[in-house]
Structures are given as C-alpha cells and as structure tokens.
Design a protein around this ligand. Structure first.
Ligand code: SOE
Length: 403
C-alpha cells in the first residue's frame, strides 16, 4: 500500500484539505465514511479529505456515528451543515426524498456535492438538480452521483476491455441484481418500501445500479424499454423501532407497500445490442448478486459481484481447441485502482468501491474536471426508471427513453 505522510489527526501534511460534510449515517453513511477515511491513506491524492461534520436528526445517534466512523463534529439540521464555512463538499446519504432539496441548497451554498443513487425520486427533481449543477459547475463546483459499482476493479477492467474492442460489436447485454431480504412477509415496512420516501422499490434501488453499470460498460445509452413490475407482498408490519441498514425491527399493525418488489425489462442499445435487466429483493438465497454478461462478435465477459475479484473472459478469436471462459483474477497492479493496494493476488471487497469513489471525486475536484457519473448521467438513469414504470403500467408496451 502507498504510505502518504500522516499527521496525528489523520490528515496529510502539505496538501490542501477537502473538508467533507455528510448528511445521513446509516448503511450508506457508514460506507461513504469508509471511503473518506481511507482514500487519502491509500492513494496519493491531490487534496486531503477531512471528515469535518456528519449530520442526522437524532443527536445521540449521530454523535455515536461520528465517533464510530471518524467525524470531527455533528449537526442535527442539514441546513446548518450545508451553510458551514468549514465544509467544501456535501455528501448526501439520505433516502431519495431529500436528495433534491439538500443538493440544491448545498450547490447554492457553493459546495461540491456527492449524492447517493438514484439521483432523485422523480425525473422532475433530477432535472432541477442537473440545472443547478450546471450553473454551479460554471462557478467551479462539481457534482457526482454515487454509482459505486463502476469502481470495482473488475468492472473498470471490463469497461477498458470493451472500449479496446476486445469483444467486438456487442450483441447481448444480460444483467441481473438479485437480493432476498424481502422474502420474509414479516419484514417490516421500512422507508425503502414507501414510494414517497424511496421513489420506487427494487427498480430504483437495484435497477438504477444495473442500468448505470450496463450503460457504462457498453459506452452507450439505452434507447427504449419493455417492462414488467410486481409487488408480491402488499401489506407489511409497521416498524416501531429504529431501522439499521436492512435489518428487521419490531412491528405493530400493518401498512401498504407502495413500491415494486421486482422489475424486469428488455431494452435496446442504439448500436443494436439487446439487453435484459432483472432487479429483485425476492431471489431466495441471492444476497447481493449483481451479475452482468456481455456477448460480442469477438468474445464475452461475465462479472458477479459476489465474486468481485474475478472477471470471466472468453476470447472468441482464440483457436477452437483453447476456447472457453477463463477467470481473470483482478488483483494485479496493472488492473484499475490496484497499484495502490496490496501485493498481487490479495483481493478487495464491497467497501473499497467507496474508497475508489472518493479517490476519483477528489481527483476531479483538484483537476477542475466534471466527475463521472455526473448529475446529468443520474438524470438519464432516472429517465430510464420512469420509462420502465410507464411501460409496466401499459402492460410492457415499448417505451422510448426521453431525456
Ligand atoms: C439495498 O438493496 C442496497 O443497500 C442498495 O441500496 C445499495 O445501493 C446496494 O449497493 C446494496 O444493496
């Protein structure tokens, strides 16, 4: 691992600071905290990320989160956080219904913004956020959406191989994101199951990831979709206690699930590749199975997030006797992000995607570049989500994606 010079407070000597204020401290807040805490310790960054403040409504809980995740101070009102003079970047890790309001305020206050996915709950909100981000960009501020699976070394390698033409013209893109934490009908009605808070269900939560990842790997945007969605369990116990990540909490009475439980859709890329997508939290036994396979005229690639240090590659130009998928162990210094980590062969995990996300954002800020995925990319994904919902409502009628 690289060994940047550390001071006793963990900051690095001789580099301008990037003072981060985070809103939200649950699952994503913890994951982003790992990113901010570790990025400058592993990578030689042009700016030094400082975990300045973390914000949440419950004073005791946010204090505990600050201590656990390494934040120097706390706020209980996000408006106070975005107005702080000692915060340069606002990192939004809240449910989707507050993304737009916080991002707009942070951009107006002159901050850079990182926003968890999906960018917003509606196309309208996302459009407003893109407008504000464009204006802010002219003032030197940057904004990015947290599609962290672009930062898995194996997916970044897949992107490189597709761009180099190793697969030739693509014919098929097959993507699934399978989890199973809703199989139990007694799992309570948390915010992720309420449309007014989450925007949509598996579609926005998991579907947004695979739409972004597929488009990133292919290097094109989807043209239109035909979709099916379903809500399998329509009533669930109401939660009474605090929720933690995805875990089950106690319940009293029942309430209506107002989002999709699963979404399936087919789509076309402009260059002709056919794509299929499946996002569900009901795939019994599948915990975090984001799988993507690309088939091209010259070869194929396959990735599975549950084996994230591996990429399978079939080179269709190899002699027939040697044909077949082979496993590339994506743990070598020549692979994306990996020269800064462990000796060859030592793998990474889920949390490292957030470290890489922080690294890439810090570079973009220091270099005055637009980071990717931008808010505009987030809006386009939002438009795909909207087209999926529209198509599903019309019994799978092919729905072009209007951005
Ligand atoms: C829950 O389904 C979830 O935590 C998503 O919200 C995340 O974006 C994904 O990375 C893991 O699963």
């Amino acid at each position: 691992m690289g060994q940047p010079q550390q001071q006793s407070d963990g900051t690095e000597a001789g580099k301008p600071p990037l003072r981060v204020g985070m809103v939200g401290y649950a699952f994503m807040g913890a994951a982003h905290s790992q990113g901010w805490r570790t990025a400058g310790r592993v990578f030689d960054l042009p700016l030094n990320p400082v975990q300045t403040a973390i914000c949440g409504r419950d004073a005791a809980a946010v204090r505990a989160a600050a201590d656990r995740h390494g934040w120097a101070s706390t706020e209980t009102d996000w408006r106070a956080l975005v107005e702080r003079d000692d915060v340069d970047l606002v990192d939004i890790c809240t449910p989707g219904d507050s993304h737009a309001e916080i991002a707009l305020a942070a951009l107006a206050a002159g901050k850079h913004v990182l926003c968890e996915k999906p960018l917003a709950n509606t196309v309208e909100e996302a459009t407003t956020m893109v407008r504000a981000a464009e204006e802010a960009h002219r003032r030197g501020q940057v904004s990015m959406v947290g599609f962290n699976y672009r930062r898995v070394p194996a997916t970044a390698l897949a992107r490189r191989m597709v761009a180099e033409g190793r697969l030739g013209r693509l014919r098929h893109v097959r993507v699934t994101y399978l989890q199973d934490w809703l199989v139990d009908p007694e799992f309570p009605l948390t915010w992720r199951l309420r449309k007014e808070q989450a925007g949509s269900g598996s579609l926005g939560d998991l579907g947004a990831h695979i739409i972004d990842l597929a488009q990133y790997l292919v290097g094109e945007r989807l043209a239109g979709v035909s979709a099916l969605t379903e809500t399998f369990v329509r009533q669930r116990p109401l939660p009474t206690g605090a929720t933690s990540g995805l875990s089950v909490v106690s319940a009293a009475g029942t309430g209506e699930v107002t989002v999709d439980d699963a979404a399936l859709f087919t789509a076309r890329f402009p260059s002709g590749a056919l794509a299929s997508f499946e996002a569900t939290r009901y795939a019994t036994g599948r915990k975090n199975a984001l799988r993507i396979e690309l088939n091209g005229e010259r070869g194929s690639l396959a990735f599975d997030l549950e084996r994230l240090n591996e990429l399978s590659f079939h080179d269709g130009t190899a002699p027939g006797a040697e044909a077949g998928f082979r496993r590339i162990l994506v743990t070598e210094p020549d692979h994306p992000y990996l020269d800064a980590w462990w000796p060859p062969g030592h793998g990474l995990g889920y949390e490292h995607t957030f470290v890489h996300q922080a690294r890439d954002l810090v570079h973009a800020i220091a270099e005055g570049r637009r980071p990717e995925p931008s808010f505009a990319d987030g809006l386009q994904v939002q438009c795909v989500l909207a087209a999926v919902e529209e198509s599903a409502e019309k019994n799978s009628v092919y729905t072009p994606i209007a951005v």
